[in-house]
Write a protein that binds this ligand. Structure first.
Ligand SMILES: Cc1cc2nc3c(=O)[nH]c(=O)nc-3n(C[C@H](O)[C@H](O)[C@H](O)COP(=O)(O)OP(=O)(O)OC[C@H]3O[C@@H](n4cnc5c(N)ncnc54)[C@H](O)[C@@H]3O)c2cc1C
Length: 253
């Protein structure tokens, strides 16, 4: 019989941020190597073992465990069941990681500035990238802009501050820009395409988006990714291909 392409891993912890958002950690199998920004494929440990989904890895490549950040889609084939996860449960983890939303895709030496633009759970790969010392050495400034609908959805806010303090000491300057789209009182509440087009994002970051200086990663909602990509291209920034160009993207659906 062919060897299964996954291992069985134990759920170590579950953290619920809101009724629709939670994080969980899994045991990390020996030999499971990944690059910050990559995603794992996770399956439910059912007799059929047939539902697998892509999940960006939140953890540092140096961590002993694997952390993930999940939405709950009410009728979703995977998350309607995954939401009931408890420590001690098992999940299936494909043996190899996937994906190219990694720093290696940008030709080095890097321009000065890295912009990480996330909607919702699209934050996950950026948390991993920020927990890799290399990024803090390679760039002079790092902007993390994290867009959610309501303030309670701003998961990982204190952790972001801690990560920047731990990994960023003596490294790049860090600017964290939370965006709360359903709160007109929030300092930033427009969607990314509008914030790029009207200069609001640059103003908040006190930094310009420039073809010669900026690497930009976009992750999350595909409509956001596409519209923001268009807004950036209208500003003269280009898609990253074969190492050259400014923009790299990952769509979650
Ligand atoms: C490369 C990659 C990485 C991913 N990483 C993550 C991750 O780190 N965390 C995560 O929660 N999901 C992630 N996803 C999405 C994930 O694979 C599943 O789609 C999600 O878990 C829902 O599965 P489901 O079967 O319940 O619903 P699905 O049938 O897969 O999706 C149903 C619908 O739910 C919505 N939806 C799906 N995922 C999300 C989401 N993350 N946020 C908001 N709405 C969504 C979309 O409208 C989608 O059409 C990733 C997807 C890809 C392709």
């Amino acid at each position: 019989m062919a060897e299964p392409k996954y291992t069985r891993e134990t759920v170590l912890s579950v953290r619920r941020w809101t009724p629709k958002l939670f994080s969980f950690t899994l045991t990390r199998p020996p030999g499971y190597r990944f690059t910050a920004g990559q995603f794992a494929r996770i399956g439910l440990d059912t007799p059929a073992a047939d539902v697998f989904r892509a999940y960006s890895i939140v953890s540092s490549p140096f961590a002993d465990t694997l952390e993930f950040f999940s939405i709950v889609v009410p009728d979703g084939a995977f998350t309607s069941r995954l939401q009931h996860l408890q420590p001690g449960d098992t999940l299936l983890l494909e043996k190899i990681p996937y994906g190219f939303l990694t720093l290696a895709r940008f030709q080095q030496p890097a321009p000065r500035d890295l912009w990480l633009l996330a909607t919702g759970t699209g934050l996950a790969p950026f948390l991993s990238i920020l927990q890799d010392f290399d990024v803090w050495k390679q760039y002079r400034r790092i902007v993390l802009a994290y867009s959610v609908r309501t303030a309670d959805e701003l998961a990982y806010k204190p952790e972001i501050t801690d990560i920047a303090a731990t990994f960023g000491e003596n490294g790049a300057e860090f600017r964290f820009l939370p965006i709360i789209t359903r709160d007109p009182e929030a300092a930033l509440h427009q969607r990314f395409p509008a914030l790029v087009a009207d200069g609001g994002l640059e103003q908040a970051a006190a930094l310009s988006l420039r073809p010669d200086r900026s690497h930009i990663m976009l992750c999350g909602n595909p409509a956001m990714v596409e519209d923001t990509r268009q807004a950036l291209m209208a500003r003269g920034l280009t898609m990253n291909r074969k190492g050259v160009g400014n923009i790299a993207v990952e769509n979650y659906w």
